[in-house]
Design a protein around this ligand. Sequence first.
Ligand code: CA
Length: 224
Amino acid sequence: MRILVVEDEHRIANAIKKGLEQETYAVDVVYSGNDGYDLASTEDYDLIILDLMLPGMDGITICKQLRKDSIHIPILVLTAKGQIQDKVIGLNAGADDYLTKPFAFEELLARIRALTRRPRASINDTLKVHDLELNPTSFQVKRGDISLHISNKEFALLEYLMRNADKILTKDQIIAHVWNYDADILPNTIEVYIRKLRNKIDLPFPDKMQLIQTVRGFGYKITT
Ligand code: CA
């Protein structure tokens, strides 16, 4: 999942980025309202974290404009302490939720999980395709009874494939949702990661169904 952070306080913005990357999210950070609007309206994000007081376009204007543009990416607004009115204005402008600064990172994570429907750990929230299981909060991956060790990026890619099981995903879609804007990704990087995943979830289990399929000329899918 890919998240855009629009926040002019560098310290806060960078702390959010660092924390979310540890949770396997791909994160882009911009420090001005205009850059925020430009990226939010052109890139395919799963969530936007938006400060309200920004140089250039302010957060409320960005919210309103994105909704007017029919862009319905979930927006989590950050408001400064004591500006209760901001919450109401933000929600009226089309934001989905708000968080008052300063906040605990766990609280931010909980809001993000709720907005992106990446739920808290519980047995029912585990993604399952055949006997392959992925838990988005404990980061465990298992095939049958065997735990698999996969890197953060492989995890993000596998989660994206499993959430979209049976859909063909193009390399461009995979890049857009699994890597951030700064990442220098070439289409054959995706091939490399797909191969790494296959080596872990399919090849060690030759008697089982091979789950990751290549659809020549289109992309990849995981089949149920
Ligand atoms: Ca600010």
